[in-house]
Design a binder for this molecule. Structure first.
Ligand code: AMP
Ligand code: GLY
Length: 403
């Protein structure tokens, strides 16, 4: 099977590694890829935002499957164009990707599907905004309605900061604060059946001790020994399956990866957000743990054939630490040097780009060993002071999450 992977970050590097391990996958192509991906795939200098050029590339290569990594091309309708050209595509249509593209749309679908989430108000003017801030109270949760790369959300006790952020958005969702540990749980969907993956925890804040601005994610680990034992089945039953059924009923089936960001509150599981693609950096811990061949799994989803498929996982743990450029996320200074990557046993180094330079995943018998390996990997990569990384705490406590 010939696969074209769209994207060029650490997530796509991890997906490429998973595809490479699948004996059914004979060729991997990636657009645009990166220097790390180039070691295991043929890379093509085509931008992820050029739908026509991606379709043309798929045609020239005559691929059997296209896997779309990032949200931007999905929200721009790349999957629709690929399907129209006859390619099996893992990634939702433009209409289905609105679950990520619009927080307001996601709230509507959750409401219709009976999926539990934070109470919220969608506001477009100052009067509505102030009313919602006062109704929900502190900590204030203020979300730009559109795509913002995980950076359009402000959670603060300071009403002035909350108000200023809300006023800077055209449409803003203000919601109640969900108090509980956060997890990411992904489902692989063929539009009617959805298979839940194992959960991971992501570290959103830039600095140690849960401080600093929200980022795309500074690290992740899996499995979560502290999570309730039925969390996978519960999330599949209460969250993922109803969303897939609702999207199908609306005539916009969701084919691809449905990412549920969840808060495990005292009142039960609540959805914080949905994304329409694999998470970054969660993918960097999940792919190395997944035993089920990735290429065939995504092909079965893309061709609506997931019935009866069960996922198998390695018992090992994985911890990813992101190496970010100084100033990330607001003003990444991409100066500095990293040595040629040494091969470190039980460690994967995934190349990224932009503010998040690399993801280093350690694999171990348990999470502590995996984390030691990830940090040891970082210390073996020569770098100057232009980079930083955060401490990854391995427990459920929000206060100690350490991101
Ligand atoms: P989102 O882009 O919606 O995932 O929000 C980014 C981050 O903001 C989440 O990962 C949470 O850490 C935080 N957040 C978002 N919504 C809430 C909420 N209702 N309650 C508490 N924290 C939230
Ligand atoms: N790790 C968060 C995200 O992928 O959006």
């Amino acid at each position: 099977m010939k696969v074209l992977l769209v994207g060029g970050g650490a997530r796509e590097h991890a997906l490429a590694l998973g595809l490479q391990a699948d004996p059914e996958v004979t060729e991997i192509h990636c657009a645009p890829g990166n220097a790390g991906i180039a070691e295991i795939a043929t890379i093509h200098p085509v931008s992820v935002s050029d739908n026509a050029a991606i379709v043309e590339l798929a045609r020239q290569l005559n691929v059997d499957l296209v896997v779309v990594g990032p949200e931007l091309p999905l929200v721009n309708g790349i999957a629709d164009e690929l399907r129209a050209a006859g390619f099996a595509t893992f990634g939702p249509s433009k209409a289905a990707a609105q679950l990520e593209g619009s927080k307001n749309f996601a709230k509507e679908v959750m409401h219709d599907a009976g999926v539990a989430t934070a109470r919220s108000a969608t506001c477009t003017n100052r009067i509505q905004i102030e009313k919602a801030l006062d109704e929900f109270g502190a900590p204030y949760v203020v979300k730009d309605d559109g795509l913002a790369g995980g950076k359009g959300v402000v959670v603060t006790d300071d009403r002035d900061i909350a108000l200023a952020h809300a006023l800077s958005c055209t449409t803003v969702v203000i919601e109640e604060f969900l108090d509980g540990p956060e997890i990411s749980l992904f489902g692989i969907s063929d539009g009617k059946t959805i298979i839940a993956m194992e959960p991971a925890q992501d570290f959103k804040r830039a600095f140690n001790g849960d401080e600093g601005p929200n980022t795309g994610g500074m690290g992740a680990y899996s499995p979560l020994p502290w999570a309730p034992s039925d969390i996978i089945e519960q999330t599949r039953h209460d969250v993922l399956a109803p969303m897939i059924a609702e999207m199908a009923a609306r005539g916009t089936p969701f084919v691809g990866l449905l990412y549920a960001g969840l808060s495990l509150t005292d009142h039960g599981v609540r959805v914080i957000e949905f994304n329409a693609r694999f998470g970054d950096p969660e993918t960097q811990v999940l792919v190395p743990r997944l035993k089920t061949p990735l290429g065939m799994l995504l092909y079965k989803a893309a061709t609506r054939n997931l019935d009866g498929v069960k996922l198998e996982w390695r018992k090992e743990s994985a911890v990813t630490v992101v190496l970010a450029a100084k100033g990330y996320p607001s003003d990444p200074q991409t100066v500095g040097t990293i040595s040629t990557m040494p091969a470190i046993p039980d460690t994967h180094v995934f190349y990224a780009g932009g503010g998040r330079i690399l993801s280093i995943t350690g694999i171990g018998e348990d999470l502590t060993e995996a984390r030691d390996r990830a940090y040891r990997g970082i210390s073996q990569i020569v770098l100057d002071g232009s980079f930083y990384r955060t401490d990854i705490a391995l427990n459920a406590s929000v206060a100690e999450k350490g991101n």
